[in-house]
Design a protein around this ligand. Structure first.
Ligand SMILES: [Zn+2]
Length: 296
């Protein structure tokens, strides 16, 4: 069997697949709890992996993780996990064998979404607590010169905008992400509301909720319009919790479809994520199979 893992800031998803299948045979999840340290996390990961595989070694394994990952499977840095310079692939190989691959979660998800659609140029954007992007260009994952391509959460979209967790002002994440919207409402009203609660109030045009959400969606939509125009991708895939909210998603899609630069014959398809149950884990598995065998 093959093993695929997605390490998120809150939860780690683990799934066992029959060889050449993309439908998991068994799935498990556990809290990542990165503060307990990398060794402790690995112990829990290998226990869960071995349980799913009935004590056997996987044929092929794959891990998608938050953070920048180099070509040797080292996690260079991951603000969400507070991990730095970790030899993730090398360490995981001790338990799971040599046939493994580690990829950044957004890159892996983009690859899975492109693979399932047969698309050559695709951007995958995830909007939840933070904002991230993965790119497949000319059929390949684009990682950039410092393995940081797609790090759009901390690009500045407003000079004097709200303070961001990175210490700067006006980052995309501070204006448009789930945490950004929650913090903005908190600073304006003193209320600690969840994003869902904010969306409910915004939907009935209640101020300042409506204004904050519309501005967040518009700023992100303008940014994504520039991305699809600059890279001329054919599909933009929306993932992450916030894009499941119809009100927020519609605001994004409507702006984008109205404002992208429509040169002759150009059509941009904005779609929701199609890959189940976890695009990052499935994408990493596809990349690992491409390297070591099996269907791709
Ligand atoms: Zn920032």
């Amino acid at each position: 069997m093959d093993l695929a893992v997605d390490i998120g800031g809150t939860k780690t998803f683990v799934a066992a697949f029959d060889e050449d299948s993309l439908v998991p045979r068994e799935v498990s999840q556990f809290p990542t709890e990165p503060h307990k340290g990398f060794e402790d996390f690995l112990r829990r990961l290998t226990e869960t992996g071995k349980e799913l595989l009935g004590g056997e070694q996987p044929r092929i394994w794959a891990i998608s993780t938050a953070g920048a990952v180099d070509n040797d499977g080292n996690v260079l840095w991951s603000p969400n996990l507070a991990w730095k310079n970790l030899p993730l692939k090398q360490t995981a190989s001790r338990f799971f064998g040599d046939r493994g691959f580690v990829e950044n979660d957004c890159n892996a998800a983009a690859y899975a979404e492109a693979w399932i659609r047969g698309s050559k140029n695709l951007a995958y954007v995830t909007v939840s607590t933070g904002i991230g992007m993965g790119l497949v260009l000319e059929g390949k994952v684009y990682r950039g010169s410092h393995y940081a391509a797609g790090e759009i959460g901390h690009t500045i979209v407003e000079e004097e905008g709200p303070l961001c967790s990175c210490g700067r002002r006006g980052c995309l994440q501070a204006v448009s992400s789930g945490r950004g919207l929650e913090n903005l409402i908190w600073s304006l009203t003193g209320e600690r509301l969840s994003c869902e609660e904010i969306f409910e109030k915004a939907k009935i045009k209640f101020e300042p909720y409506s204004k904050v959400v519309s501005r967040g969606a518009k700023v992100l939509a303008r940014f994504l319009t520039n991305i699809v125009d600059a890279l001329d991708v054919e599909v933009l895939v929306l993932g992450g919790g916030l894009t499941k909210n119809e009100f927020y998603r519609n605001a994004l899609v409507e702006y984008l479809q109205r404002n992208y630069y429509a040169t002759p014959g150009k059509k941009i398809s904005v779609e929701l994520s199609k890959v189940q149950p976890n695009p990052g884990a499935v994408g990493a598995l596809l990349l690992s199979r491409r390297r070591f065998g099996g269907i791709v």
